[in-house]
Design a protein around this ligand. Structure first.
Ligand code: GLN
Length: 489
């Protein structure tokens, strides 16, 4: 049996029915990682010993007949900005190269309690700042569909590991698109939940008012099963909110009949690659065939989205990253002779160029002379964007669009022009600014065979409906079943 060709839910079912043991599944995953990761570089750290130790515990629980979850026994990869007790958590930065957390992020406790097994920590852009994984201090993650291209970012290692069939599932984080964008470029399904639905305790902060942890999987069912485990209130995160757990069966029964989908005209203007536009619009027709009513509408506020996002994200990042001072933990320069020099040299030597750029930008927009002109304005624009979306959701059940303007960029293409790279976040950042749930769904391919994703944004706490749409769409469109390197699972 090709274990890696099964979905996560199928794998768990086979484990439950004793067709597979937890160890057999884990062996298959580590074999695939050992075979493939030399080529793609998805993982920064593997935790083989810990994983086998957990596998024994989980197998014993299953043997005793304990009901753990719909994913019990399934291996999972975790993005390297999510704290794992006793296992290095680097944020893909030289700053945290040797950082070993003394506690688990809340969601790591939740997935372990549900019987999932963490196999390793995945590559990402440094401190989740970027769209390509090229800002990682551990080298870029290559796209399994074409190794001359990036896998997207910042959760590129997580998305590529699922796409390359090294693991069944992964956890990413999304501040402005980092779950959805690499999912789109690698042809996997990625969900950014409503702000507050998943605890951020133990997620190393990039921009706290925008950051959200989300599942990456092969299909709607796998993402829903994982979302059902990681979602929920956590008293240790002051922005966490109570929500009703996701129900897998409800998602499968969801019907698009009579549902209204709005498409902002502004999402289909200049800058969108023709092949991406064609694939995404073909998907709209499939949604119509499933019973949805689709309509274009105007969302002119979209033009404020990228500047608003970058001002808020950089401002918060500059504050969040001030804790890395070379004193308490993280990298410390050898060459410093005073306290001040320790700060300056440690930060200068350990942060990469993109991180430094954002710290400087953030300090600039927060500085007393410019606060009103930039930061305050960005907060006002945030309100305008939030209101535009809540008005749109009076008319429509979902807002539809592309995820990224192009298919996967070539290596070394994006960082040479940071502004262009920032502009490419246009379709994803609005969901973070407005705190809304949004999903990236494989929907087709360009003329070079590179994956294209579509995006659906929903009302707050509509994850179940969003995944319901994805599940229906998968019955019509088999893009999610194609594997990198050709062929259908
Ligand atoms: N590309 C965006 C940025 O660079 C989003 C990153 C993210 O969601 N972590 O900030």
């Amino acid at each position: 049996m090709d274990i890696l060709s099964l979905s996560a839910v199928e794998t768990a079912r086979k484990i439950k029915n004793r067709d597979l043991s937890v160890k057999e599944v884990l062996d298959a995953v580590f074999y695939a990682i050992d075979e493939k990761d030399k080529k793609y570089n998805c993982f920064i750290t593997l935790c083989r010993d810990e994983a086998y130790a957990r596998a024994n515990i989980v197998q014993a629980q299953i043997d005793k007949g304990e009901e753990l979850s719909a994913l019990a026994g399934v291996p999972i990869a975790v993005k390297d900005n999510i704290c794992t007790k006793g296992i290095k958590t680097t944020c893909a930065s030289k700053m945290l190269k040797n950082f070993v957390p003394v506690y688990n992020a809340h969601i790591v406790d939740l997935i372990e309690k549900a019987g999932l097994i963490v196999v390793g920590k995945t590559n990402m852009d440094e401190f989740a700042m970027g769209s390509t994984t090229e800002t990682s201090a551990f080298g870029v993650t290559l796209n399994p569909w074409d190794t001359t291209r990036v896998s997207g970012g910042s959760s590129g290692g997580a998305a590529a590991a699922v796409a390359a069939r090294m693991v069944h599932l992964a956890i990413g984080s999304d501040t402005g698109g980092s779950v959805r964008q690499p999912s789109s470029l690698c042809s996997v399904t990625g969900l950014k939940p409503t702000y507050g639905r998943v605890s951020r305790r133990g997620l190393i902060a990039y921009a706290s008012s925008l950051d959200q942890i989300g599942p990456i999987g092969r299909n709607a069912e796998d993402c829903a099963a994982l979302m059902g485990i990681i979602g929920g209130y956590d008293s240790g995160d002051s922005t966490s909110v109570e929500s009703t757990p996701l129900e897998l069966e409800k998602i499968k029964r969801y019907s698009l009949q009579g549902k209204r989908i709005g498409i902002p005209k502004e999402f289909f203007g200049g800058g969108l690659q023709e092949d991406v536009k064609t694939a995404v619009l073909a998907a709209v027709n499939e949604l119509k065939e499933l019973g949805a009513e689709v309509e274009e509408f105007e969302l002119p506020q979209v033009k404020y989205a990228v500047p608003t996002y970058y001002i808020i994200a950089c401002a918060e990042a500059s504050s969040n990253l001030s804790r890395y001072d070379g004193i308490r933990y993280g990298y410390r320069s050898d060459g410093a002779e005073s306290l001040f020099e320790t700060y300056v040299k440690s930060r200068s030597e350990a942060f990469g160029i993109e991180t430094k750029r954002r710290i400087m930008l953030g300090n600039f927009v927060l500085s007393s002379g410019y606060y009103d002109e930039y930061y305050k304005k960005a907060l006002q624009a945030k309100d305008i964007i939030q209101k535009a979306f809540s008005d749109a959701f009076k008319e429509y059940d979902f807002v539809f669009g592309p995820v990224y303007p192009t298919t996967a960029p070539k290596l070394n293409e994006s960082l040479s022009d940071p502004l262009k790279m920032y502009m490419a976040d246009i379709y994803t950042v609005t969901a973070n600014i407005a705190g809304l749930p949004a999903v990236s769904v494989p929907c087709g391919f360009d003329s070079n065979g590179l994956p294209v994703g579509m995006q659906l944004v929903g009302r707050p706490f509509c994850e179940s409906e969003l995944l319901g749409v994805v599940y229906s769409f998968e019955q019509k469109n088999d893009a999610h079943e194609k594997t990198a390197g050709g062929g259908t699972v």
